[in-house]
Design a protein around this ligand. Structure first.
Ligand SMILES: O=C(O)CCC(=O)C(=O)O
Ligand SMILES: [Fe+2]
Length: 320
């Protein structure tokens, strides 16, 4: 029997119109269903990122990864941030990744570029990255607003939207130059709220595991205006498990490097993630006690091997 390869749901977020337009309403349902079943979907959004900006950001990220290792390593994880440089380590031998916390602030982005380009900074890259992430954050906000609305939790919208900041991470996957595919980024769930991934060149490799754990769905973008959206463990917990937080990985092959950029909405420091009581009842008992995202990350990193082996370390950390 020939196997048809599965695809992620494709949802168009361009021209949605007003909050209660018929398009808004029908898209909301599509998003909720996609995030329940797959924890992920491919979003198209025409001209969200103008082509020039995309090219310029692509060039900037190549230059960034071409910098000497000793410079790239200057971007360190400080306590409570996980935005520092990781290179060709146990995440995957082929991946390098580095990022900026609080990326919508010009101060945060300038601090990063001044560290990477100590002579005169990189004003073009600073400006581009900030604009790029602002655009991606529009997508993040639409998705979250729609989820909250479709769960009938309008009264929590402001609190929810104000409870996060944005982290941006850039990834480069070295070309394996072997006939076989190689693991670029190990299987994992994201731990934040929503992740929005944009592949910057035509080298594919991102895969999402189905809920039943049986099939890896390739998340190859179908156009330049295409983004992959994932649910992270924190949003899974907030929705009392209604949204699935999918396991995903990156597998690469061929002779060209892959580049991607991710925007992650993450809870603000000190914010306790607490499932709204409206989502808890006899049929849906509380899954997770209130928790602090950063303390959860500390737990994961101090129990790294066990956490990696566990299908859901959040259960071990604060399961109800
Ligand atoms: O590079 C990608 O496409 C995915 C990266 C990823 O999963 C992550 O940064 O959490
Ligand atoms: Fe991820």
């Amino acid at each position: 029997m020939s196997r048809v390869s599965m695809k992620l749901p494709l949802i168009d977020l361009s021209n949605l119109g007003e909050n209660d337009s018929p398009r808004w309403e029908s898209t909301k349902t599509q998003i909720r269903e996609a995030l329940k079943e797959y924890g992920s979907f491919e979003a198209t959004f025409n001209n969200l990122i103008p082509l020039e900006l995309r090219k310029s950001v692509g060039d900037g990220i190549r230059q960034l990864f071409d910098l000497p290792l000793s410079i790239k390593q200057l971007n360190k994880n400080s306590p409570k941030t996980y935005n520092g440089y990781v290179g060709q380590n146990d995440y995957g031998r082929l991946v390098e990744s580095t990022g900026v916390n609080g990326v919508l602030s010009s101060h945060a982005v300038d601090t990063f570029t001044n560290l990477m380009w100590p002579d005169q900074g990189n004003p073009t890259f600073s400006k581009d990255i900030q604009l790029y992430c602002e655009k991606l954050s529009e997508l993040d906000k639409i998705v979250r607003r729609m989820v909250v609305e479709s769960l009938g939790l309008e009264k929590y919208i402001d609190e929810h939207m104000n409870s996060t900041v944005y982290r941006c991470r850039f990834q480069k996957y070295v070309a394996p130059r072997t006939p076989n595919s190689m693991l670029g980024f190990f299987s994992h769930t994201d731990k934040n709220i929503i992740s929005t991934l944009h592949q910057l060149n035509h080298v594919n490799g991102l895969q999402i595991l189905t809920k039943d754990g049986k099939t890896w769905i390739p998340a190859d973008p179908t156009s330049l205006d295409s983004f992959v959206v994932f649910v992270g463990s924190s949003f899974h917990a907030w929705t009392n498990g209604q949204l699935h937080a999918p396991i995903h990985r990156v597998v690469v092959s061929g002779d060209e490097a892959r580049y991607s950029i991710g925007l992650f909405s993450i809870p603000k420091e000190g914010y306790m993630i607490k499932t709204p009581e409206e989502l808890v009842n006899e049929d849906h008992p509380l899954l997770y006690n209130p928790f602090d995202y950063y303390k959860f990350l500390d737990f994961i990193y101090t129990n790294a091997d066990a956490s990696r082996a566990s299908p859901d370390p959040l259960i071990e950390y604060c399961g109800a």
